[in-house]
Design a protein around this ligand. Structure first.
Ligand code: IPD
Length: 285
């Protein structure tokens, strides 16, 4: 079927603004934050209410499309090849609860499992990132991303790298993260990558937009979900970035892979991926 991608994009932008109003008007408290899996995996009433607003609007306008959202996902739900909205009502819930303004609404649309439209909106800074596959990526619908011409990547040691701890704080994957973080930071004499800096800011979608913009050079995470990355992935790719697996070797991760590494546009990105993969201590399960 012929999909009107521009119309879907514009509708997602309007929903992002409505959801944003709801988020900035809310007064979350740590006390009101429910917890899903453990004490650091937070969800608030606002997450649920915003998802309901988004899913209701999308189902009304596009009744034949599938919908996957963080708050209504059930283990075993699979993303199919059908046109599917993949939505995180609040990406950066921990920041939202703490009133740290690195928070976004992540509205993705995939067709044949390929991220096709992405809208990521930070309602606190009123920053909107959006892209349609094949048509470029934009800041606030007017400035093309990346914001400046990408300079060549001069190797991992000159990179600003975003990572996330995630909410699982034990087991193999936590060990792989912890060891890799210190390896990335360590001096070359100690077998490290001596990167310019590591950042752990708390929103996967905004991290991807940061890489798309060119401010961040790399973002590496295991454990996040399709709704955290679908929208940002389109924006990243349209800005010249690439997405590969967080585990070494896989250049073409699937949308539901849960392990990702994003590298900004610019000459030398494959070399940076290989250098990074060489420093990963162990493998994610
Ligand atoms: C989380 C954030 C965080 C990332 C987690 C995500 P949420 O999303 O994006 O940065 O480390 O993997 O689950 O729970 O705030 O929507």
């Amino acid at each position: 079927a012929d999909l009107n991608l521009q119309e879907i994009h514009d509708f997602l932008v309007s929903i992002a603004h409505k959801a944003g109003d709801m988020i900035t008007a809310a007064h979350p408290t740590t006390g009101a934050a429910g917890s899903k899996k453990n004490s650091v995996d937070l969800v608030t009433e606002t997450d649920r209410a915003v998802e309901t607003l988004i899913s209701t609007s999308l189902r009304e306008k596009y009744p034949t499309f599938s919908f996957i959202g963080e708050e209504t996902y059930k283990p075993g739900d699979r993303i199919t090849t059908a046109p599917t909205f993949i939505v995180d009502p609040i990406d950066g819930t921990t920041n939202f609860v703490h009133r740290y303004s690195y928070v976004s609404i992540s509205l993705g649309f995939a067709v044949d499992l390929i991220p096709t439209i992405g809208v990521v909106y930070n309602p606190f800074t009123q920053t909107l990132y959006s892209a349609i596959k094949g048509q470029g990526a934009f800041l606030n619908q007017k400035e093309k991303l990346p914001l400046t011409l990408p300079t060549p990547l001069e190797g991992l040691s000159s990179c600003l790298v975003a990572v996330e701890w995630g909410s699982d704080r034990s087991g193999n994957d936590f060990a792989v993260k912890s060891k890799t973080f210190s390896k990335l930071a360590a001096t070359k004499e100690n077998g490290g990558g001596m990167v310019h800096g590591l950042r752990s800011l708390g929103s996967a979608a905004l991290n991807l937009c940061g890489v798309a913009s060119g401010g961040l050079d790399v973002y590496w995470e295991a454990g996040c979900w399709a709704w955290d990355v679908c929208a940002g992935w389109v924006i990243l790719k349209e800005a010249g970035g690439i997405m590969v697996d967080a585990n070494p070797g896989n250049w073409e991760p699937r949308i539901d892979e849960r392990r990702y590494m994003a590298v900004r546009g610019g000459k030398g990105q494959k070399e940076v991926v290989e250098e990074f993969w060489g420093l990963v201590e162990g493998a994610f399960e």
